[in-house]
Design a protein around this ligand. Structure first.
Ligand code: FES
Length: 223
């Protein structure tokens, strides 16, 4: 499959490595830290250095121009807020400069093989959850709607935060052990596996894997 990967970076080392990766995959690269997107019609991927101006706009433009475009963003230093905004803008993967080669190679390989990989949303360093138990967070903007995060028995659990009965936010309900009670009409759910324990809700909660990598917690969204 011929195609182009735009390298929107001012980092010559990253650009050179990305070119090697793209060439090995049979793709060509365009080094373009300033040109406007969307790029060429055979655009396959976009590598974005988030420290550059307009990097989030570049991600949004590429994503709206081509929902299947592979977008990898990277940062010289982890900045949680920028990281999250890049994910919300539509990046398939956000990573640090040190890991960008590996992540770019993996995401391009997925694209070229037609495999859909779960999209990751960075939550926080695992250390931030140490000593906090029960409901520890709510992630507002995800493709699957708001998600509630619970820390129980040393494990993080992520479940849909919207009650399937009439839409209450379960974060506002009482948590007893692993059971949350909906604040509106009393449905109960087990947050460790999403099981419905008591109606009136007819269904349980969707659960989402939480993975830990290099000391950070990530939510895995369905592809
Ligand atoms: S909205 Fe949750 S039980 Fe009705």
């Amino acid at each position: 499959m011929a195609g182009v990967v735009i390298l929107r970076t001012a980092d010559a080392v990253v650009a050179r490595r990305a070119e090697v990766i793209a060439t090995a995959a049979g793709l060509t690269t365009v080094l373009d830290s300033a040109a406007s997107l969307p790029g060429p019609p055979d655009l396959v991927g976009l590598l974005v250095e988030l420290d550059l101006d307009d990097s989030l706009e570049a991600i949004r433009d590429a994503r709206s121009a081509d929902p299947d475009c592979t977008i990898v963003a990277f940062l010289a230093l982890p900045e949680p807020e920028l990281w999250r905004r890049a994910e919300a803008a539509g990046a398939d993967a956000v990573t640090t400069r040190g890991r960008v080669d590996r992540v770019l190679a993996e995401t391009l390989a997925d694209r070229l093989s037609g495999r859909r990989r779960a999209r990751r949303v960075r939550l926080a360093p695992l250390a931030e959850f140490a000593g906090r138990l029960g409901h520890v967070g709510r992630i507002e903007d995800t493709p699957a709607g708001p998600i509630a995060l619970y820390h129980l028995g040393g494990t993080l659990y992520a479940v849909a935060d919207t009650c399937p009965h009439a839409g209450a936010s379960l974060c506002e309900g009482e948590l007893e052990g692993a059971v949350v009670t909906c604040p509106w009409h009393g449905s109960q759910f087990r947050v460790t596996d999403g099981a419905r324990l008591r109606g009136p809700a007819d269904f349980g909660l969707t659960t989402f894997p939480v993975v830990i990598e290099a000391g950070d917690a990530f939510l895995e969204m369905p592809a």
